[in-house]
Design a protein around this ligand. Structure first.
Ligand SMILES: Cc1ncc(COP(=O)(O)O)c(C=O)c1O
Length: 463
């Protein structure tokens, strides 16, 4: 390694797959360190662990490549925070934003021509049950709105959510969250939330085996409903693939059982697809693979390639019902602005003909096979899970006991990967990989090879 960056002026889009990644400085490099030192004077300092640990200052990004201010070029195996699904600065999105911004930056939630255009493109991706939308800016805000909506529609107040669930950082969404230490200390949370085990087959809450369990975790939800609630169930909220909780796909039978419970009780079935939507799991929406259609769908993250936007989708009679349907109940200062809609429409246009999804399924399948091969060779890798371009490698100290790795091991792996030019933005006992859907086959294979090296390095240190 030299301290001489050499990619500063080359447009990232011009770098060929065999020229990247390239990391030419120690990490963080001197210019990144300078930015972080200056930033630290005023910035609160409670950013995500990966950002805090790596302390890279980002200069620019295109496609699957991200460059820091020292000229190091990384392959992004996270799509930022699972946002750059179509790659960084995908074609047409910045131009759409620019053209719109020239005309109008913001006028509350008044309609603009951009909004119906976005809605029509979105509606084309969704079934008849999910054709009416309300927009917000962040995922947590959409989750909060869904809670209000469910209470308003049903006149009830209880919600069932799941262990290992992640729904955001507001108090209401944290109440729904599984047992993340991040929520500790902020209680008491709103009453009426009941948690049930999700289908986490690698660590089954009932100690059962997937082949013979009969999806006991799904049947247990009925018991939670019978024994823990006051029969005031307004909603069941679930991620079809639990993302931040460790990339834990929920089997179709599990989701179908929740559908039955909601049909029986009149509660709304809410699928939080903020992380899994927009092609992430190989289909436009993860629920398509289960055959189960929710009453309410939540989307965010990749919806507008980085412009902050989230939304709830449902039936008109659900969105219009009760207090939630009254004027003003759905408004929020920055929701449904023309910039969000323009960026959303330009993003959806890139997915429209199915080519990107087809590519993601093909490259994703090859990557999953490569990752399973790593599991066969690396004792640190206890389990590998994946759908489309979303993968989780569950890292363990001991395969027999399934004891989780220490946070320090996760930190070492993050650095071992970054030094090799693979950037991941999550850093926990499950290594979450979510590269852009447009990642080339060559870079996917290269990345898996570099992960192989990084795992060897960490394993050698661990012994
Ligand atoms: C499934 C899910 N729901 C909600 C959220 C919250 O979204 P935001 O961070 O935009 O508030 C996230 C964020 O990671 C998420 O993964």
């Amino acid at each position: 390694m030299t301290s001489q960056p050499d990619t500063g002026d080359v447009p990232l889009a011009q770098l060929a797959d065999d020229e990247v990644p390239r990391v030419r400085t120690a990490l963080p490099g001197p210019r990144s360190a300078e930015v972080w030192a200056r930033d630290a004077v005023h910035h609160a300092g409670n950013s995500s662990p990966a950002a805090q640990w790596l302390q890279l200052a980002i200069s620019d990004a295109a496609g699957a490549l991200v460059r820091d201010v020292d000229g190091n070029v990384f392959v992004d195996f996270s799509s930022g925070a699972v946002v750059a699904n179509l790659g960084h600065s995908p074609p047409g999105v910045a131009a759409a934003l620019g053209a719109e911004a020239e005309r109008l930056l913001h006028y509350f939630d008044f309609a603009t021509p951009a909004r119906p255009a976005f809605f029509e493109a979105l509606a084309a991706t969704l079934p008849p049950e999910l054709q009416t939308f309300q927009m917000y800016s962040t995922g947590s805000e959409a989750v909060e709105a869904a809670l209000r909506l469910a209470k308003s529609f049903t006149g009830r107040y209880e919600v069932i959510s799941f262990h290992h669930a992640w729904h955001g950082r507001t108090i209401g969404s944290m109440a729904l969250m599984g047992g993340f230490p991040l929520k500790h200390g902020y209680g008491p949370f709103p009453a009426g939330v009941h948690h049930s085990p999700s289908a986490y087959c690698y660590r089954c809450a009932f100690g059962l085996d997937r082949d013979t369990c009969g999806v006991a975790c799904a049947r247990f939800v009925d018991r939670v409903h019978e024994q823990s609630t006051e029969q005031q169930l307004a909603a069941v909220i679930v991620e079809p693939v639990q993302g931040v909780g460790g990339v834990i796909p929920q089997p179709p039978e599990f989701l179908a059982h929740l559908r039955e419970l909601c049909d029986r009780t009149g509660a709304l079935l809410i699928f939080d697809e903020i992380l899994t939507g927009m092609g992430r799991t190989g289909t436009m929406w993860a629920f398509e693979q289960s055959g189960v259609v929710p009453d309410v769908l939540l989307a965010g993250k990749g919806l507008a390639s980085g412009y902050p936007i989230s939304l709830i989708a449902s039936r008109r009679e659900v969105l219009d019902a009760g207090r939630f349907g009254r004027p003003g109940a759905g408004a929020s200062t920055f929701a449904s602005g023309n910039l969000a809609c323009a960026a959303g429409a330009a993003t959806l246009a890139l997915l429209e003909d199915g080519t990107v999804l087809e590519h993601a399924r093909r490259v994703g399948a090859a990557m999953l096979a490569g990752l399973r091969d790593l599991q066969a060779r690396h004792p640190l890798v206890g389990d590998v899970r994946g759908r489309g371009m979303l993968f989780g490698l569950e890292l363990v100290r001991d395969r027999a006991t399934k004891e989780r790795i220490a946070p320090e091991t996760a930190r070492r792996l993050l650095f071992a990967l970054a030094r090799r030019g693979i950037l991941t933005a999550g850093a926990g006992p499950v290594l979450r990989l979510s590269p852009p859907l447009v990642l080339s086959e060559t870079l996917a294979a290269k990345g898996v090879g570099l992960l192989d090296d990084a795992l060897s390095e960490v394993e050698a240190e661990a012994t």
